[in-house]
Design a protein around this ligand. Structure first.
Ligand SMILES: Cc1cc2nc3c(=O)[nH]c(=O)nc-3n(C[C@H](O)[C@H](O)[C@H](O)COP(=O)(O)OP(=O)(O)OC[C@H]3O[C@@H](n4cnc5c(N)ncnc54)[C@H](O)[C@@H]3O)c2cc1C
Length: 449
């Protein structure tokens, strides 16, 4: 049996373990935390996350489609809370397209349990990797008693997240390129509890957004009737920021000014504001992702992206699917597999990293940009007129498995059609009229015969 060692039993590491175990590899996974099925583990990330077509498709390939489906709440569109009295619903698509809101803990638990039952896969908890020695093919760990340990490896795959210890060591190698870019905004989670068990205080099957330019709250539903909100404010600065809001009256004063309708929904607002962690957003780019056929980075360890497009975990799952395909096609050649994997993924992950940074700004400013809402309307109409041909950029990313870079490149063509239509008086006056529809049809066909 060929041996693979994986560092990190998070979302990416566990799915990869399952897929490689099924391909006949002997897989050893090491995780720094205790087993989250036995102890509560604070991971400093969001409580829930959204899966989309990419992630779901990889989970289905692992035969987990039915199990995962039991854990999620589908979300069919955005509900924009533009002001206390103005709400706008934006469906994600014309055909019931949905994101799937799921508890990170429940998803990870499912993956861990399936991995442990997979023949050839074993997981050891409480071992924090602190480095590797390539010349001796061994990994160094610190255990829960702060004792140093070593384990041998044949091939090492680092799925140890955005602050990867393996990647940190690779950074010292000649030719390893690395950059990281923090958003000036950070996230803090707040809870809208259930009215009573499984009864929601807000419409259940929507992502709720309170966009206020520099500031924003988004809320995703959980299965128990609660919603987890993410408050996004600048970390620092003289205006409203996490550093500036340092007393209860200040928090309440600014919440009343910015998000007054959320106050009755958030009974523990002040307590959560001062006790829940601030979660940063960081883009990490690096290359090469591998050292020969010995070490490979995957998931957030290879590419950190801002969570605004909800793609980080989805991309990690897609990585697993694509890496396993490369390994299947090159059964006795890990070097070729790793080279092909990087060739297929790196440009795509750079594309979604850019997109995620841009989308974060776009979504916060929705309310002040009247063109944005009209653009969305035109895009939905184009999709109705050309259902098998045209999808908006958001749809291509979230509801298809078109490679990210290709999804972005297509936008260069389609955005010219929408830009022209946005300047038409006909459309501005009544985008729903029959005349507007004819104009959309003709303009689209002129650009895309
Ligand atoms: C606020 C927020 C919201 C998000 N929302 C979404 C979303 O809606 N949709 C989406 O697709 N993505 C989302 N993401 C991104 C997503 O969380 C990550 O992309 C995903 O968790 C990456 O999975 P991973 O397994 O590669 O890394 P991680 O989830 O970071 O897992 C790494 C694992 O390795 C372990 N580990 C770390 N260091 C060591 C070490 N030295 N030794 C041993 N083990 C180690 C960790 O304990 C962990 O178990 C969000 C992220 C944030 C911060």
């Amino acid at each position: 049996m060929k041996n693979i060692t994986i560092i990190g039993a998070g979302l990416t590491g566990t799915l990869l373990g399952i897929l490689l175990g099924r391909q006949g590899y002997s897989v050893q996974i090491y995780e720094r935390n205790k087993d989250p099925r036995r102890t509560f583990v604070k991971h400093g990330k969001s409580i829930n996350l959204t899966l989309c077509k990419r992630g779901v498709s990889a989970l289905e390939k692992a035969g987990l489609g039915d199990e995962v489906q039991k854990l999620w709440v589908p979300v069919y569109g955005r509900c924009l809370h533009l002001s206390e009295s103005q709400i706008e619903i934006q469906p994600y698509g014309n055909y019931g397209e949905a994101l799937y809101s799921i508890s990170r803990q429940e998803l990870n638990t499912l993956l861990l349990s399936v991995a442990q039952k997979t023949s050839g896969v074993s997981i050891e908890f409480g071992l924090k990797c602190v480095g590797y020695d390539l010349s001796r093919s061994c990994i160094s760990f610190i255990d829960e008693n702060q004792k140093q340990n070593e384990r041998p490896f044949t091939t090492l795959i680092a799925a140890d997240g955005v602050y990867s210890a393996i990647r940190s060591q690779m950074q010292r190698n000649f030719g390893f390129n690395y950059s990281q870019y923090y958003s000036k905004h950070v996230n803090k989670e707040l809870t809208i509890p259930a009215k009573q068990a499984k009864e929601y205080k807000l419409e259940k099957n929507h992502l709720h957004i309170w966009p206020r330019n520099e500031f924003m709250i988004i809320a995703f539903p959980n299965r128990d009737g609660s919603l987890t909100c993410t408050l996004q404010l600048p970390f620092d600065g003289n205006n409203v920021s996490f550093r500036k809001l340092n007393s209860e009256p200040e928090v309440l004063y600014h919440f009343r000014k910015l998000f007054s309708d959320t106050i009755p929904l958030l009974p523990n607002l002040v307590d959560e504001f001062f006790h829940n962690p601030e979660i940063p957003m960081m883009t990490v780019r690096c290359s090469p992702w591998h050292i020969e056929d010995k070490i490979l980075l995957i998931g957030d360890a290879a590419h950190g992206i801002w969570p605004s497009y909800g793609q980080g975990a989805n991309a990690g799952f897609e990585d697993c699917e694509i890496l396993c395909k490369c390994m299947e096609e090159n059964p006795d050649n890990l070097l070729t597999s790793f080279t092909e994997f990087q060739e297929k993924r790196l440009k795509n992950l750079n594309a979604i990293a850019d997109l995620s940074e841009n989308h974060f700004n776009e979504i916060r400013h929705l309310v002040t940009d009247s063109n944005f809402l009209l653009r969305k309307k035109i895009e939905r109409k184009m999709n109705l007129l050309f259902p098998s041909e045209y999808f908006s950029l958001y749809s291509r990313v979230a509801f298809t498995t078109i490679p990210y870079k290709q999804a972005v490149e297509l936008e260069q063509i389609y955005s010219r059609v929408v830009d022209e239509l946005l300047n038409s008086q006909e459309i501005i006056l009544d985008p729903d009229s029959h005349e507007s529809e004819k104009l959309i049809y003709k303009t689209y066909r002129r650009y895309l015969r």
